[in-house]
Design a binder for this molecule. Structure first.
Ligand SMILES: CSC[C@H]1O[C@H](OP(=O)(O)O)[C@H](O)[C@@H]1O
Length: 346
């Protein structure tokens, strides 16, 4: 199931808010359509929103070129800023937009349109290849032939455009006979685990059991978890990692129970401009995402709510970071800088 289907004149976006009950795509023709899709989590997942953002820039360039309006580049840059800022935590979105703009050379509008489409197609291919490499590298870390692994949120094909990051490792581990089953955190409040990860694993016929987020601790205490694999939205140079809220708690539990805790993310998720996790912007989302489920109240109306979409796991709680350029063990600083340098010159 692809989060995006790309055509010559539009992009179809899978509305992930309606999964697993309904598989519905809607058409995006302009950047504003993609901004709204990312803002509402119709499309979500760090790599997927980076790719969606770049296709959104291509759509806007295409529209402006066809309209023949004056101020083509100025209007395109406005759209780029709107796309770049729609969700602050995942670095992939701003990284994709900034890299594309940095590689654009001034020229006729139709040439800009073609360049942006080529860059979006290339990024999509790059992410698919990065996912495949991480899956192979990560599967080698699975502690034994019948590991019971726990994962949080959704890091599969719906969050990327390939096999996934953490879920890609789990898929490959299962294929190699190294994974016996998967504990799937439901992942409150938006339930990316119960709605999306559970759905992907059932599609793959990989044994999986859905749990509430609060059950992970007891399962670890009972010796039911052999490893934890999670994704990332932004990794600081010291290895501190922002990921879906609830990840930090899992990392603390894993360390207490001496369970390996792995982050799986492409090098494009490492932010060279951020030294430590305290500088990673954490997206605060609206209260009703906690107070309601599918419009049904589960809390008193008007109840005060705190709804950070992510939290930051300190590098000291991370056993290894599995990237598309290799597995990095602590201390992370120098090695992450080296990976960024390799990626820059690839
Ligand atoms: C493959 S990284 C996916 C990453 O994005 C998710 O957040 P959201 O569903 O809000 O986009 C979550 O943090 C995942 O780990």
């Amino acid at each position: 199931m692809e989060p995006l289907r790309v055509f010559s004149d539009h992009v179809e976006i899978l509305d992930q808010r309606q999964l697993p009950q309904a598989v519905r795509y809607f058409n995006a023709h302009r950047a504003s359509d993609v901004v709204e899709a990312i803002r509402t989590l119709a499309v979500r997942g760090a790599p997927a929103i980076g790719i969606a953002g770049l296709y959104g820039l291509w759509l806007e360039a295409r529209y402006l070129a066809e309209a023949g309006e004056s101020g083509f580049m100025d209007k395109l840059l406005v759209a780029a800023q709107q796309l770049r800022h729609v969700r602050p935590t995942a670095v992939n979105l701003s990284w994709a937009i900034d890299r594309a703009l940095g590689r654009l050379t001034p020229g006729p509008a139709d040439e800009v349109v073609t360049r942006l489409r080529d860059m979006a197609d290339t990024l999509r291919q790059e992410e698919e290849e990065r996912n495949a490499r991480m899956a192979q590298l990560g599967a080698q870390l699975l502690p034994n032939r019948d590991s019971r692994v726990l994962t949080h949120c959704n890091t599969g094909s719906l969050a990327t455009v390939g096999v996934g990051t953490a879920l890609g490792v789990i898929r490959e581990g299962y294929r190699q006979g190294r994974v016996a089953m998967v504990w799937v955190d439901e992942t409150r409040p938006l339930l990316q685990g119960s709605r999306l990860t559970a759905w992907e694993l059932l599609q793959d016929q990989i044994p999986a059991t859905l749990i509430t987020d609060s059950m992970a601790a007891g399962l670890m205490q009972q010796g039911q978890v052999d490893a934890v694999f999670v994704g990332a939205d932004r990794i600081a140079l010291n290895g501190d990692t922002a990921n879906k809220v609830g990840t930090y708690g899992l990392a603390v539990l894993a360390q207490y129970h001496r369970i390996p805790f792995y982050v799986v993310a492409p090098v494009s998720t490492i932010d060279e401009h951020i030294a430590s996790g305290q500088d990673i912007p954490i997206e605060e989302r609206q209260a009703d995402e906690v107070r309601l489920i599918r419009g049904v109240p589960i809390a008193p109306e008007g109840m005060a709510v705190k709804n950070p979409a992510f939290d930051v796991t300190p590098y000291a709680l991370i056993s290894a970071i599995i990237t598309d350029r290799g597995v990095v063990y602590p201390p992370f600083d120098q090695k992450l800088r080296q990976l960024l340098e390799e990626d820059r010159h690839a």
